[in-house]
Design a protein around this ligand. Structure first.
Ligand code: MG
Length: 229
């Protein structure tokens, strides 16, 4: 009986005091590490392109999507169906990485009230190499939950995370989101889906904060620019 009562108390305490109130979400490429990954494309008209960074990748894909009349968030699959040969194999590995320490120094702190995620637009097969790389730079991979969105919207993923655990007052347990990202396109998507979302408004706890840290490369290295709703 005593044991039962203790268990019950434990349960009530858990429900009343949710220990995890912060989600820390890190992009991988050009946020945790700079890599030398290229995308090689052959279009149905025979033209070829080598896209050496994310900006070139996004520009090419959005131009090709416009040309083909595709309006999806991630046009890669649709373009492939139209005969574009898009070689993403460099993104299955972590190629010649340089650690971005302004971000990893924050990542390795692991505050007790937080959960830490890597949310990458890469494909699922990259998760193993990414976790291996974390171990290499001295970050415990067991502290990090990896999610590969395979190109789909990070804003949708984060909105879903907020809605995942609802407390007895009908509000989400997530008080605060810290999101580290270099891509303005992804940042705009997250701002739109988290800040301007009627369904989320009803479950956001009082004082809810979204803190975005945009990773910006400049001549001297990297810096973080903060953006909020
Ligand atoms: Mg990135």
């Amino acid at each position: 009986m005593k044991l039962l009562l203790e268990n019950w108390r434990e349960f009530v305490r858990e429900e009343l005091e949710e220990p995890i109130t912060t989600l820390r979400i890190f992009d991988f490429d050009e946020t945790i590490a700079h890599t030398r990954s290229e995308t090689r494309v052959k279009a149905p008209d025979g033209s070829t392109a080598t896209l050496s960074d994310q900006k070139e990748f996004e520009e090419y894909m959005s131009q090709a999507a416009a040309k083909e009349g595709i309006e999806t968030f991630d046009p890669v699959k649709d373009l492939a169906e139209l005969g574009y040969q898009i070689d993403l194999s460099d993104f299955a590995i972590v190629k010649d990485p340089d650690e971005i320490t302004i971000v990893t120094d924050i990542m390795r702190q692991f505050p007790l009230d937080s959960k830490t995620y890597i949310v990458t637009a890469r494909r699922g097969e990259s998760i193993g190499p990414i976790l291996d790389y974390l171990e290499e730079i001295g970050i415990d991979e067991n502290e990090v939950r990896p999610i590969a969105t395979e190109g789909s919207s990070k804003g949708d993923v984060i909105a879903t995370m907020i809605a995942q655990k609802i407390m007895s007052d009908g509000k989400s347990n997530v008080q605060r989101i810290e999101y580290y990202e270099d891509s303005q396109r992804n940042i705009d998507d997250v701002l739109q889906k988290v800040c301007h979302n009627d369904q989320l408004e009803a479950i956001k706890p009082q004082g809810f904060e979204l803190l975005i840290y945009k990773v910006i490369q400049f001549e001297m290295g990297y810096k973080l620019e903060s953006i909020t709703c």
